[in-house]
Design a protein. Structure first.
Ligand SMILES: Cc1ncc(C[n+]2csc(CCOP(=O)(O)OP(=O)(O)O)c2C)c(N)n1
Ligand SMILES: [Mg+2]
Lengths: 321, 338
């Protein structure tokens, strides 16, 4: 049995069910209590689970991320929110040097089963410091499991797995998708981490896309005169290269579109994996599409110029034939 | 010349001997470490603890085994020893060997021992305090009365992260004791140039109890930290303590200390060497005899010799071990076949 719920409802349900299921899970972040998060992602949780399990914090990402690390090492399972993914940088040392490295440098003694989640992505006119997609930053630091969500179904199933996973997981919903609706099972379910999903099958070209770009890739696929296969990586680190490679072996063509900045972005890494390991399965050079090499501007026409549009994706697909 | 006044001993004789013994253990271990580093046997940096032994041992003695220690500053080895990590495991970690506490993945700046509740070190100075607050939160959520002690140097207190940790600890009154080891220097930057009269004053705006003490006096440290720990255990929240010590060693081995004033340095050695002062104090109070002291030193030297042998004989890691401990695999649900 399924029902339609929104993406933020799916997120709130995931946290709710995990708080219910495991008494070691706690949620904290800025304005997660009555206010319910900027997008409604924590609505109702404080009322149901109380202030011991759902805690507003003072305004410091350093405090939130650092405390999450210690709490996880100390034997509980924190779920911590940063209000915007860009703020991974305000807790730079915690996010880049501490959380992903303490388990490693301890020789595996330290376990840090924490989840940090942070709405990412552009499109709401939030400007250069509230609109970035940061899975390229995070993917560059071994130790993080980096997960994105594309549909309500993904959001719930992947978030629940993120919370249960024993590694530090950075979970990235996309704020433009907050109010999108989708089918979600009534019954409890989880989705595997570290596995890409072939969302649309096709014969002519593989498009790798996630979050908002997945939806734009679908629009593009409807525009072009080619049978498009869409692969959603879901987890960006560690990446399920094999599912992508398998698809390219079938189609012979690859377009990688992602909302990270093109320069040193995720797109180049994914394309490179195929070029190095499956070069002879390619009938055309891979095409990479991302955010232009500019900060994300505010004015809607400027903002959309920075982002890959469905048309740009369609052009990219057609350029391979 | 400064005259050493005979000070009373404020702890029982066994405790007093233990405090001295533990300080000597740090000193002898580190002297040997310096030698081995000089011979090229130890890779990376070596920071020694000379002058901090009273601070380290005093706080170590004040803690229960179940209390966490999250270390900071750059005087680390003494703190590892004071938390009870076996010497062979520390030495093998300094050598980068598989027998080390961290199997060679961490080294001198990252010794951790989770079973003994040593969290380890952030190495980016000042980033260990918020994790310490998180450890306190975990203990509180689990309903224990365990406490977290976290240390930082005078230099580290200038990081925003340190101040954030005070905000967070005070916000929920968590059981955390913040110890600032003010040794007057952050490499070559004098603590004197910072504006607070005492660095423990940073706790005042958060309404925390604060203390600034002579951190070279092991008993003073022991009593002060014990009181702070008791408050935290009783649910009375965090304390900030400044242990005023002197750094009787270079910042790290190889530092020529061109920035230090010879005379002041000499005076510090005369007056503030925690081991020398305590040794005299116990001898003068008849708590220990010269013969007992010689035995104590001989036993520690043997322990340290064993630690060196263990480290030397412990194998180097296989290169493939570099890939261990990055992730706990499989990830949740991975390979379950949806
Ligand atoms: C964030 C950060 N900045 C700089 C350094 C380099 N560094 C290592 S130790 C040190 C001085 C630290 O001084 P203090 O905190 O007083 O500790 P002490 O060395 O005196 O024990 C510096 C600057 C570092 N490790 N981390
Ligand atoms: Mg210092």
């Amino acid at each position: 049995m399924t029902r339609e719920i929104t993406y933020v409802q799916a997120i709130a349900e995931a946290i709710d069910e995990e708080l219910e299921r495991d008494e070691e899970v706690i949620l904290f972040g800025e304005d997660v209590e009555e206010f319910g998060g900027n997008f409604g992602e924590t609505e109702g949780l404080y009322e149901k689970h109380g202030r011991n399990r759902v805690r507003n914090t003072p305004l410091s990402e350093i405090g939130i991320a650092g405390m999450a690390l210690g709490a996880a090492v100390g034997g509980i399972r924190p779920v911590a929110e940063l209000q915007f993914a860009d703020f991974a940088a305000t807790a730079g040392d915690e996010i880049f040097n501490q959380i992903p490295k303490q388990p490693y440098v301890s020789g595996g003694q330290i376990e840090a089963p924490l989840t940090i989640f942070a709405p990412s992505g552009a499109g709401i006119g939030a400007g250069a410091q509230h609109s970035q997609s940061v899975h390229s930053w995070l993917g560059n630091v071994p130790g993080w499991v980096v997960v994105t969500a594309t549909t309500p179904y993904d959001a719930k199933g992947l978030f629940k797995s993120a919370i249960r996973d024993d590694n530090p997981v950075f979970f990235l919903p996309h704020k433009m998708l907050s109010e999108t609706k989708g089918e979600v099972p009534e019954e409890e379910y989880t989705l595997p981490l570290g596995e890409a999903a072939v969302e649309e099958e096709g014969e002519d070209v593989t498009v790798v896309a996630t979050q908002l770009m997945f939806h734009r890739a679908k629009e593009a696929a409807a525009e072009v005169d080619a049978d498009v296969e869409i692969v959603n990586p879901r987890t960006f680190a560690p990446l399920d290269t094999e599912t992508i490679a398998e698809s390219v072996r079938k189609t012979g063509r690859l377009v990688v579109v992602d909302e990270t900045v093109e320069r040193y972005g995720t797109q180049g890494h994914i394309a490179n994996e195929i070029v190095e390991n499956d070069f002879f399965s390619l009938d055309a050079p891979p095409k990479t599409i991302g955010v232009k090499d500019i900060p994300i501007p505010l004015s809607p026409p400027l903002e959309q110029e920075a982002l890959p549009s469905a048309d740009r994706i369609a052009d990219g697909i057609e350029s391979l034939f | 010349m400064w005259d050493r006044m005979t000070q009373n001993v404020s702890v029982d004789d066994d405790t007093a001997r233990d405090l001295l013994e533990e300080m000597l253990r740090i000193d002898i271990f580190e002297e040997e470490t310096k030698e081995r580093f000089g011979e090229g046997e130890i890779p990376g940096f070596v920071h020694l603890s000379g002058g901090h032994e009273g601070s380290h041992v005093g706080m170590g003695a004040a803690m229960r085994d179940d209390d966490w220690l999250a270390v900071g500053g750059a005087r680390l080895i003494g703190q590892y020893i004071a938390k009870g990590v076996p010497l062979p495991e520390i030495m093998a970690e300094l050598y980068g060997r598989v027998g080390g506490s961290n199997k060679g993945h961490g080294g001198q700046m990252h010794v951790s021992d989770v079973d003994r509740k040593l969290y380890g070190h952030a190495a980016t100075i000042g980033s260990g305090q918020n994790p310490a607050v998180g450890l306190g939160l975990a203990e509180e959520m689990k309903g224990t009365d365990n406490v977290v002690v976290t240390t930082i140097g005078d230099g580290g207190t200038s990081r925003g992260s340190f101040h954030t940790a005070l905000v967070f600890a005070a916000y929920w009154d968590l059981p955390v004791v913040f110890i600032i080891e003010n040794n007057e220097w952050a490499i070559s930057t004098p603590a004197e140039s910072l504006s607070p009269d005492h660095l423990s004053d940073y706790g005042i705006p958060h309404n925390m109890p604060t203390e600034s003490i002579d951190g070279s006096d092991v008993e003073k440290v022991y009593h002060t930290v014990s009181e702070a720990i008791e408050r935290a255990r009783d649910g009375e929240g965090p304390t900030v303590i400044e242990n005023r010590v002197v750094r009787l060693v270079p910042h790290f081995e190889g530092d020529k200390e061109t920035y230090r004033d010879e005379e002041a340095y000499e005076r510090a050695r005369e007056e503030k060497d925690p081991i020398e002062n305590y040794r005299e104090r116990l001898l003068e109070n008849g708590v220990i005899t010269e013969d007992e002291l010689d035995d104590m030193v001989a036993n520690i030297e043997a322990e340290v010799e064993e630690a060196i042998e263990f480290a030397r004989e412990s194998p180097e890691p296989e290169p493939e071990a570099a890939y261990d401990h990055v992730y706990k695999l499989p990830l949740y649900g991975q390979g379950d076949g949806q």
